[in-house]
Design a protein around this ligand. Structure first.
Ligand code: BES
Ligand code: MN
Ligand code: ZN
Length: 503
């Protein structure tokens, strides 16, 4: 889909449909007032008859407005003007797209971008419009034998900006929004693909494909390589699977030569049955999304390459299945990780931290400026934070703050949990350096405590995305989070590094 920015009043636009906001108590937005004025009070007349109050979620489609060159006007209820905020703006945009899709509109002009959102400028609004629109248009029908092509598709959206001087920033916002939306789409597609298709080998192929497209160096470590490196933790998880494990490495070098990279390490567990500590049958199908950390790394690296960000990035994705088998990890098994630390596997379902531990040790060789790992790591995180915030734990407060800030800006938020040493003793083992589980209490924190034992040599943050990467229920499917957060972090970092270089 194509997005363009334009400045100009609605009576001069010739468009299939013009989208404008109406606040509660039938209060017209500035643009709705303009349309009302040129059409001799048509809009206010219709509203007076009681067809639209302006509550959030309400919509009204109007045809043949006098003196307006556009065919249709879509009114979107925006709620109380004083309460109009980021959430309302995003909801109004998504609602508009849902209606436009239903009526088969092909090209539209949205004036929602001209509504005031407290504390947000035009760049933010344009970016969000692009990201929310693409997300609302997303469908995953590649595995249906007869895709639904009954409606015409939205092809072109003009985003209105109030001033001519907004056009430049608006265009940049479209570029960034596009890159983020494409990264999100990639992550969603991979998350939605079932385990029989999205295997570790498939993820490696996808990474290689992205590498070719953008000229990145892609390396895939095979089982032999892992054995040579002593990756006993990662290898132990894959022992129960017929699919060979892969350690996927993707290097984007947009920064200065030799500049330490940002390392993104994503859990790529393509199906998590729990292993011998097998999971209950209900909803087990959803455990195909246990590779969404890895998918978000692919999405973020792709977006960074698309935007040609002037920084270096290395993406590292340990990938495996976790299945029960005669050769699988057994409770009580002790494995030796690449770092030399030994782990007692008390629960084979706590496999994410095992594969990540070796990947984090491997990350050290890139002498990274910072390391961020992203993982659908604990069910406890879903209980603690639900679907709204990713869990964030870090051994460096500045890094944590930067990640929280990036999440806030993109509305892909994270919430920090403590990583106090006090929790570490929950991982004590009688037989090895540590156990791979820490009991019922504070499950998200003890999982991070486990990873912390592998990240002492660099600045590190961990994002637990078990609650945010996937939606359950009627709209079941992958969300593409936290690609927006990651890309924003990288954009901010590129800006910052650039400023430092100039100074
Ligand atoms: N992939 C799961 C975590 C998960 C659970 C993600 C639910 C999304 C939704 C992870 O491998 C796992 O099984 N974790 C266990 C850890 C436990 C055994 C300490 C969990 O959370 O139950
Ligand atoms: Mn598991
Ligand atoms: Zn898992």
């Amino acid at each position: 889909m194509e997005f363009i920015v334009k400045s100009g009043t609605p009576e001069k636009q010739r468009s299939g449909c013009i989208v404008v906001g109406v606040f509660e108590s039938r209060k017209l937005s500035v643009v709705a007032q303009q349309i009302d004025a040129v059409s001799g009070g048509t809009i206010s007349g219709i509203l007076r008859r009681g067809d639209l109050e302006g509550r959030p979620g309400q919509t009204l489609l109007l045809h043949n407005i006098p003196s307006l060159p556009s065919e249709r006007v879509l009114l979107i209820g925006c709620g109380k003007e004083k309460e109009f905020n980021e959430n309302r703006y995003r909801d109004a945009t998504a609602k508009a797209v849902t209606v436009l899709k239903d009526i088969g509109a092909t090209e539209v002009t949205s004036y929602l971008t001209e509504l005031d959102v407290k504390g947000r400028d035009i760049s933010w609004k344009v970016r969000q419009a692009v990201e929310v629109t693409e997300a609302a248009l997303y469908r995953f029908d590649q595995l249906k034998s007869k895709p639904d092509n009954s409606r015409r598709a939205l092809r072109r959206m003009v985003l209105a900006v109030p001033k001519r001087s907004d056009l430049g920033p608006g265009e940049q916002a479209i570029r960034e929004g596009r890159a983020v939306a494409d990264g999100v789409k990639l992550a969603r597609d991979l998350g939605n693909l079932p385990g029989n298709l999205c295997t570790p080998a498939y993820l490696a192929e996808q990474a290689t494909e992205i590498g070719k497209q953008y000229g990145l160096k892609t390396t895939v470590l095979e089982r032999d390589d892992m054995e040579k490196l002593g990756m006993g933790a990662l290898l132990s998880v894959s022992r129960g699977s017929r699919q060979p494990p892969k350690l996927i490495v993707l290097e984007y070098l947009g920064g200065k030569e030799g500049e330490p990279p940002v390392a993104l390490v994503g859990k790529g567990l393509t199906f998590d049955a729990g292993g011998i500590s097998i999971k209950p049958a209900a909803n087990m199908d959803e455990m195909k999304y246990d590779m969404c950390g890895g998918a978000s790394v692919l999405g973020a690296v792709k977006a960074a390459a698309e935007l040609k960000l002037p920084i270096n990035i290395v993406g590292i994705i340990p990938s495996s299945e976790n299945l029960p088998d005669g050769d699988a990890n057994k409770p009580g098994d002790i494995v030796t990780s690449m770092s030399g630390q030994t782990v007692e596997v008390l629960n084979t379902d706590a496999e994410g931290r095992l594969i990540l531990s070796d990947a984090l040790t491997y990350a050290e060789r890139y002498k990274p400026a910072v390391v961020i790992d992203i993982a659908t790591l604990t069910g406890a995180c879903v209980i603690a934070l639900g679907a709204h915030a990713s869990g964030l734990l870090a051994n460096n407060e500045q890094l944590a703050r930067e990640i929280l800030g990036a999440g806030k800006y993109t509305h892909d938020r994270a919430w920090q949990l403590p990583l106090w040493e006090d929790y570490q003793k929950q991982l004590d083992s009688n037989f090895a350096d540590m156990a791979n589980i820490g009991g019922r209490e504070a499950g998200t924190i003890t999982a991070a405590c486990f990873l912390a034992r592998y990240t002492k040599n660099f600045k590190w943050a961990h994002l637990d995305i078990a609650g945010t990467a996937w939606k359950t229920g009627k709209e079941k499917g992958a969300t593409g989070r936290p690609v927006p957060l990651l890309v924003q972090y990288l954009i901010n970092r590129a800006r910052h590094d650039g400023a430092e270089a100039a100074a």
